[in-house]
Design a protein around this ligand. Structure first.
Ligand SMILES: [Fe+2]
Length: 170
């Protein structure tokens, strides 16, 4: 995730929220709500949705290009490691939902909806040249990758007990 594109001059900045900005906000405020939002942004969205989607597409690229047993093994170990990190986020979010109920749910919804709006906006405004770069790197168009990110996100949300947060389909 690079520079945040959301929020500049927007009246409702949380609607286009870059997860990296949510994590960075911890530098200034270290209250529990900021912590929950950062955990959701980092572990559930960054690692759990974007990371897992990328890993799936990259793994498919290995199959296309050659056998690469060393890379494949490294990839397997990296995914195993990431799944543990995602688990840390899932455990924490679940605990906060149990303890804080509607308040925790609203905070998670805010981050999820902001991220979905950001992704939709990036997709809509993607430079035409980006399409070829994307297909070259991932073997898929941006819309396909984004749909997989959203699918992974729904799986992570379901694992913390939120089946109806965010969009149902992309
Ligand atoms: Fe990680």
């Amino acid at each position: 995730m690079g520079e945040g594109v959301g929020g500049r001059g927007h009246r409702r900045p949380h609607l286009h929220r870059d997860p990296a900005d949510v994590v960075r906000a911890l530098e200034a405020s270290r209250d529990e709500d900021s912590f929950l939002k950062a955990v959701v942004a980092y572990h559930l969205i960054g690692e759990g949705s974007i990371g897992r989607a990328n890993q799936n597409f990259v793994a498919a690229q290995f199959d296309r290009v050659g056998s690469f047993p060393g890379l494949r093994e490294a990839q397997r170990l990296a995914v195993r490691d990431e799944v543990r990190h995602i688990g840390i986020g899932v455990s924490y979010a679940r605990r906060r939902l149990t303890r804080d109920g509607a308040r925790a749910r609203a905070l998670i919804e805010e981050i999820v909806e902001g991220f979905q709006a950001l992704g939709d906006s990036l997709l809509e405004h993607a430079a035409p040249g980006l399409l070829d770069d994307f297909v070259g790197a991932y073997g898929a168009e941006p819309a396909t990758l984004w749909a997989e990110v959203l699918r992974q996100l729904r799986l992570r949300l379901r694992s913390i007990g939120l089946s109806h947060v965010g969009r149902e389909s992309s």
